[in-house]
Design a protein around this ligand. Structure first.
Ligand code: ADP
Length: 750
């Protein structure tokens, strides 16, 4: 018999659940299994009948962009009872289902594990009651499960991100940006209540991304006397240049004695003590709503894809796993341990052991608490005793959303390390001309959420005849170090200056590169600032394009940016449900195009109404977007028509996403700390800071070329190319599953 897999969503809904369900259904079919949806969470299994239905490839079409979950979710009381679980087991066995993928929060996953443990006993009872045959019982002695964490709170210990958290952060940060503009106009204060009963992830990250003044989180309550501290900080912030004050309060915020701190209470405090016009906004269910972010679509797709492999590979002896995200990769996490550790955090908070609570949340949570504290605290007015090192901050290369966030973080964090941050206007040409200004805490106010680059960016790399003058300028400006936030040309420029240290001693100063490029084509960092924003812009545009086609049978050929790096093309393809993606890394051949035309014709004959092909702008210099569109049009005849669209610069503009703001802040924090250490040690090595396997790492610039495909301006190793099998599995109906189906790299739990 064909293997059957059940999939359900349970507990609170989360954006991205649909992407995961779609991926489970399609990957299951792709790998030869039959997939059943269990509707309304566990209740569908308890009720049976229409609660469990087979899913076809098309049943999960056009759902990627929808919030919530199309198969329904619920909190099932019946399932908590033995009797309810026995009925659920019977109904699953009626369909021959003994492999389940459950998408839900820690409650749902705990329930799933309890059900798994109870399964043998439940099956025995069903035989005794005559409800199933002994043969059925013998064929399904154990329940094999895989869990995916759907929870906007991002509260599962062991997984860096949960399904829905990134989208919730989008909603919160959008709201903060909106409030900030009206608050600044009236010099008002806002107190915003953010979800997070036990987990401070959303409020903390939103406070960093939104450039807020203060945040109350459950794991790190403020010290006694916090009322004075909050008022003092807000007062100092206004004095240093803030026109608005925004305080975030987690739903579950409390003081160190467990007494709740509410938004209303904070509002009264600010109104009374500071005489501020203060308003409260409770974001509530807005945080759960709306279309999922690009990340919640592509990552959930990969998670669903990996979950099917997990349950298909499972044996009766397998330990149950959750598939989560560790260091930007899919990771297997032992289910029981993860749920226990998650509950442990709440216990630490309950008993007032906050240090352990913060530690248990993971290293980066504590780090980000510290970063927020450093970024939000206005400077004290005391004059420094020693001369402060002067750090020149500049952008180079193409524009990337998040450059402003990074420059602001450099000023704020630099100040806390005793640095004088000197903003260079207009990249390397600006440095050459000496266009600089000392940045103050107040100067960078409001830069967090602005697209573009206040300091300006230029692609120009200094030429040999400019080296001498550039060196002179660096000396004249008395710069002690350079922080260069930018893209490919920024990297080339620093590499060049570094190589010329011998001839031009002025270049012998610490230089630190921070990756910022929508193309995500930089060495020694798997992600660069701006790529997530560009991806979200592309996905929003692709959603609109897809919707425009609902009336006709149409093929769209859409061109993304990225030059010869296919990151944007592939990831927007996964996130928007494209059928085909053309990358320079793979090339385009006539034979391949012929196959694509045949597939396309077959699909339209089969009733398909829309076919989306995405082409990376430099995928092939001769087989252009226009060429592909004409070819498909000609070959489509009367069967379908073809339209083309070039997404262009909308991918480069726009306000940076929360992810890019957080990434910018995190990378700059390490860049500044690294420079501070280098200055203290007299170490002048040029370095880049980046994410390698999800961990912030420094790489020496003099070895940069070893990691680069210089001709194609991209790294030699690109991790995301390994994600292509997942796209093939969910996008191409009938794509042959190969015996050696490449799994998405799954990291073993460490
Ligand atoms: P979440 O999954 O979002 O944490 P809940 O904690 O409300 O949400 O759990 C969702 C559902 O999972 C419950 O309504 C119930 O059906 C099931 N469930 C949770 N805990 C258990 C348990 N200990 N035993 C059996 N079922 C459970």
């Amino acid at each position: 018999m064909t293997t059957r897999i059940g999939v359900l969503t349970s507990g609170g809904d989360a954006q991205g659940m649909n992407a995961a369900v779609r991926a489970v259904v399609r990957t299951g079919i792709h790998l030869g299994a039959e997939v059943y949806a269990i509707h309304e969470g566990w209740q569908g299994a308890v009720d049976g009948g229409a609660g469990i239905t087979p899913m076809s490839w098309d049943d999960v079409g056009s759902i990627l962009h929808r919030g919530g979950t199309v198969i329904g979710t619920a909190r099932s009381k019946d399932f908590r009872e033995w009797e309810g679980q026995r009925r659920a087991a019977r109904h699953l066995l009626e369909h021959g289902i003994d492999r389940l993928i459950v998408i839900g929060g820690d409650g749902s996953l705990t329930g799933t594990d309890a059900f798994r443990r109870n399964w043998p006993q439940l099956v025995t009872e069903l035989v005794e009651l005559g409800e199933i045959s002994p043969e059925t019982a013998a064929a399904h002695p154990v329940l094999m499960i895989a869990g995916l964490v759907g929870s906007i709170d991002n509260d599962l210990v062991g997984s860096d991100m949960t399904i829905g958290a990134d989208t919730a952060l989008h909603r919160i940060v959008d709201a903060i940006d909106t409030l900030a503009s009206t608050a600044a106009s009236h010099q008002r204060s806002f107190v915003v209540e953010v979800m997070g009963r036990h987990c401070g992830y959303l409020p903390l990250m939103a406070a960093i991304a939104g450039g807020c003044d203060y945040v109350f989180v459950p794991e790190d309550p403020p010290a006694d006397g916090w009322e004075d501290e909050v008022c003092e900080l807000l007062r100092a912030g206004r004095a240093a240049g803030r026109r608005d004050s925004i305080v975030l309060v987690a739903e579950g915020a409390h003081d160190r004695h467990g007494t709740p701190i509410t938004a209303e209470q904070v509002k009264d405090l600010l109104a009374e003590r500071l005489g501020e016009d203060t308003r409260v906004t409770i974001l509530g269910h807005v945080q759960r709503g709306g279309s999922p972010s690009a990340y919640d679509r592509w990552m959930s797709t990969l998670l669903g894809y990996a979950a099917v492999q997990e349950v298909l590979d499972a044996t009766p002896e397998s330990v149950p796993h959750i598939l989560g995200v560790r260091h930007n990769r899919i990771a297997q996490i032992p289910l029981v341990e993860a749920v226990e550790k998650t509950r442990e955090v709440a216990r630490f908070v309950d008993i007032g052991d906050f240090e352990s609570a913060v530690l248990a949340r993971g290293a980066s949570f504590g780090e980000m608490l510290d970063v927020f504290e450093r970024m939000s605290r206005p400077p004290s007015r005391t004059e420094p005793v020693e001369p402060m090192p002067r750090i020149g901050v500049l952008h180079a290369g193409g524009l990337a959303p998040g450059m402003n966030t990074a420059a602001r973080a450099a000023e704020r964090l630099g100040l806390t390390r005793g640095m004088n941050i000197v903003g260079v206007d207009g990249g390397f040409p600006g440095l050459l001309e000496g266009n600089v200004r000392d940045l103050t805490w107040g100067d960078v106010e409001g830069w967090t959420n602005e697209g573009g680059a206040e300091l300006g960016t230029r692609r120009r790399i200094p030429s040999e005849d400019q080296f001498y003058a550039l060196g002179r300028s660096i000396e004249k400006l008395e710069l002690d170090a350079l922080l260069v936030i930018g893209g490919y040309n920024a990297y080339l420029a620093v590499h060049l200056l570094n190589a010329e240290r011998g001839r031009f001693p002025a270049f012998d100063l610490p230089m630190m590169l921070v990756p910022a490029s929508i193309d995500n084509n930089l060495p020694s960092s798997e992600l660069s600032i701006g790529a997530d924003t560009a991806l979200n812009s592309a996905v929003t545009a692709l959603d609109a394009i897809k919707m425009s086609a609902s009336a006709a049978r149409r093929c769209f050929v859409v061109e993304t940016m990225g030059r010869r790096c296919g990151y944007l093309a592939l990831m927007s393809g996964i996130a928007s449900g494209a059928e085909r993606v053309y990358l320079h890394e793979e090339g385009i051949t006539l034979a391949g195009l012929e196959r694509d035309v045949a597939t396309m014709r077959e699909a339209f004959l089969d009733g398909k109404r829309l076919y989306l092909a995405i082409r990376n702008e430099r995928a092939n210099d001769l087989y252009t977007t226009d060429f592909l569109a004409r070819l498909f049009e000609e070959e489509g005849h009367e069967l379908f028509d073809v339209r083309q669209a070039v997404l262009g610069h909308i991918q480069q503009g726009g306000s940076p996403t929360p992810f890019d703001r957080i990434l910018a802040t995190r990378l700059v924090k390490h860049a500044i700390d690294g420079l501070a250490d280098q200055l203290a040690d007299g170490d002048t090595q040029a370095r880049s800071v980046g994410l390698v396997d999800g961990v912030v790492t420094y790489a020496p610039v003099d070895r940069m070329l070893e990691h680069l495909d210089v001709e194609n301006r991209r790294p030699l190793h690109q991790w995301w190319l390994d994600l292509r099998p997942a796209l093939a599995a969910v996008a191409e109906r009938g794509a042959a599953a190969t015996a050696e189906e490449t799994p998405v790299p799954v990291l073993r739990a460490d």
